[in-house]
Write a protein that binds this ligand. Structure first.
Ligand SMILES: Cc1cc2nc3c(=O)[nH]c(=O)nc-3n(C[C@H](O)[C@H](O)[C@H](O)COP(=O)(O)OP(=O)(O)OC[C@H]3O[C@@H](n4cnc5c(N)ncnc54)[C@H](O)[C@@H]3O)c2cc1C
Length: 401
């Protein structure tokens, strides 16, 4: 798409990266995405291509073998990739969050150990907060770590791990409230453990089981799993940052950049839906003219394009704010909320433009229609975003009466 979702002020390097990714998406992802998705098949060839492009190390610092790029570059790449197939952006996203958490919070030894292999895409990351009984309410986590000599023993069940099967490193948030210096308030009694495992399903490490793929309505191809810890022994040096009790804050930091990423996905999926809608509207004739010539359809296209532009602008703003070193929870929450809601609406409009054919699996919009709802839930639901936005607004606009 030439006209919509342009970003002013990019460097030559950013433009080159984006044009390479766009080319890859057009040639290697779009032609095969719907077929793979319908078969729920892992896109190994695409993942190999992304590895070659260096995308798994896009934001990892150059000293660890990555490209050391900004959150903005990363988000714009994700937008392009999601335009091709949202599941592929899901394969990168949890990896990116874990690499980001390591970069921000890891010990020197942890960075040296993981980041070079993560930059190469040889170690791939998953991150795990949710449990069967909770998603939004992270403070209610029940999985537990208990210290035993130089190790911790972990027990509990986790839910909804994107890349749970294909990853070899999982950042897991558990309760660890035995007398650490930070106290035992819910948010200060959690620890992130870096758990290495074999990719695959079944018992992937003594005490650690990945039961199998969860069957989903969309977002197929990428594996989403449970994770069961039953007496899992993890060395103390695999506590992220080396100190217990900081896990909640580390994970929230990761989720904050993850929210920009989900906003970028919403932008990419909405752009693709617009492309499909505007193309179909010029091909399909009713009452003697292309449906694009009916004002009702033109209005739909106008609304769709406006939403694509607005979501893109907010996503770029949120990424730039984080890159400038400022707190961006308000902007990231707003961008994630708006982009995911608009994405759902743009996809639905493109679906309506397709008439009955939108319901057929032969048309790409059918896949997008099943993918968009995931964005309303992942990295915090709309209600959770509104809670974050509302709280921040009350801080900023505190009544001084
Ligand atoms: C495909 C997929 C992949 C995922 N990948 C991961 C992953 O990689 N790692 C991971 O940790 N998690 C992952 N998740 C989990 C996801 O983050 C949670 O599903 C999400 O946070 C919502 O939690 P929940 O499903 O438990 O819903 P709940 O928290 O039970 O919420 C149910 C409903 O109640 C609303 N609600 C909850 N609390 C409030 C409140 N205080 N006020 C108003 N409304 C409220 C919610 O908005 C929602 O509408 C994934 C989920 C899916 C579907």
């Amino acid at each position: 798409m030439a006209r919509l979702a342009q970003t002013a002020g990019l460097t030559d390097v950013q433009q080159e990266i984006l044009s390479t990714v766009r080319d890859f998406v057009d040639k290697e992802i779009i032609p095969v995405a719907t077929g793979l998705e319908h078969r729920d098949e892992y896109p190994q060839a695409i993942v190999d291509g992304l590895k070659e492009l260096g995308l798994f190390g896009l934001m990892i610092p150059e000293e660890y073998g990555g490209l050391g790029e900004s959150l903005l570059t990363y988000a714009l790449c994700v937008e392009e990739i999601a335009r091709g197939w949202m599941s592929v952006s899901g394969i990168i996203n949890t990896h990116f969050i874990v690499a980001y958490m390591l970069k921000q919070h890891g010990t020197r030894e942890q960075k040296d150990h993981f980041l070079p292999r993560m930059a190469a895409g040889d170690v791939r990351g998953a991150f795990s907060m949710s449990e069967p009984g909770l998603g939004s309410d992270v403070s209610a986590i029940t999985s537990k770590a208990v210290k035993d000599g130089d190790e911790y023993v972990l027990n509990g069940q986790k839910m909804w791990l994107t890349n749970g099967g294909t990853s070899s490193l999982v950042a897991v948030l558990v309760r660890s409230d035995e007398g650490h210096p930070e106290g035992t308030a819910p948010h200060k009694s959690m620890t992130t453990f870096l758990i290495e495992k074999e990719p695959g399903f079944g018992e992937v490490r003594p005490g650690l089981t990945i039961p199998g793929k969860i069957d989903k309505m969309g977002y197929k191809g990428v594996d989403t799993t449970e994770l069961i810890m039953d007496g899992l022994r993890v060395p103390a040096d695999r506590v992220l940052g080396g100190v217990t009790g900081r896990g909640f804050y580390q994970m929230m930091d990761g989720v904050e950049v993850g929210r920009v990423n989900v906003a970028a996905r919403g932008c990419g999926v909405a752009q693709r839906a617009f492309e499909l809608g505007v193309r179909y509207a010029q091909q399909r004739h009713t009452f003697g003219k292309p449906i694009a010539q009916h004002q009702a359809i033109q209005f739909k296209l106008a609304e769709m394009a406006t939403k694509v532009e607005a979501a893109h602008a907010m996503m770029v703003n949120a990424a730039r704010k984080k890159d400038s070193g400022e707190r961006n929870d308000l902007e990231a929450g707003m961008a994630k909320y708006l982009a995911s809601e608009y994405c759902k609406e743009v996809v639905e409009d493109a679906f309506r433009i397709h008439g009955g054919y939108g319901f057929s699996k032969e048309y790409e919009i059918e896949r997008l229609y099943r993918e968009a709802p995931m964005l309303l839930i992942g990295e915090g639901t709309a209600e959770i975003q509104k809670m974050i936005i509302g709280r921040r607004l009350l801080e900023e606009y505190r009544f001084q009466g």
